[in-house]
Design a protein around this ligand. Sequence first.
Ligand SMILES: CC(C)(COP(=O)(O)OP(=O)(O)OC[C@H]1O[C@@H](n2cnc3c(N)ncnc32)[C@H](O)[C@@H]1OP(=O)(O)O)[C@@H](O)C(=O)NCCC(=O)NCCS
Length: 160
Amino acid sequence: MNEGDFLDKIIRNATEKDMDILVKMYLDEVENHQQRAQQFAKDLIYRFKTNICVSDKNIRGTITWDTRGGLDDGVIELVGLGTSSNFKRQGIARDLVLSLINEVKKYFSKAGYKLRVIYLFMEKSNNMGELFYNHMGFRKVSEIPSFYPNNDAVMWIKYF
Ligand SMILES: CC(C)(COP(=O)(O)OP(=O)(O)OC[C@H]1O[C@@H](n2cnc3c(N)ncnc32)[C@H](O)[C@@H]1OP(=O)(O)O)[C@@H](O)C(=O)NCCC(=O)NCCS
């Protein structure tokens, strides 16, 4: 796909108005299960904070995060990140992570604090994720046995 196909691509915060397109993305990308799709969309909007990459009125990628501890800790947990299957390797996840970093830096600095750490847990067997987070300057710091029902986890971290 050419860069021109992405002229309308924007990254912005997800709001409750995005429920329907988040549900659609889950049904298209993950599984055909209405109830879990609704729960996924609710979690992204109400339980965590989520930024979405939208083009052509469809979601192409999501990044979900939350603060961890007090503002003075300066810590963000990256809860989830994904790019739609037909849009991979076009810089969407990179742009989502970079825009998140910008946003949380402002969030902390407005309150007089600093972003110090972004961390995440990921399945140990996720080779694509590993290549991506390495590329983005994250480092593996720890392995956690049986963290997931069918897999160990790796903790990745980026210091600022
Ligand atoms: C991992 C994932 C988020 C990457 O999304 P993406 O939008 O395709 O990634 P980007 O295009 O921004 O990639 C940036 C860089 O990461 C690296 N990278 C990403 N995917 C890669 C792959 N499949 N193979 C090799 N390198 C890869 C490359 O260095 C790439 O730069 P380049 O394309 O200029 O070589 C995506 O594959 C995905 O949704 N996977 C399923 C969900 C998941 O595993 N999420 C992470 C755990 S929460």
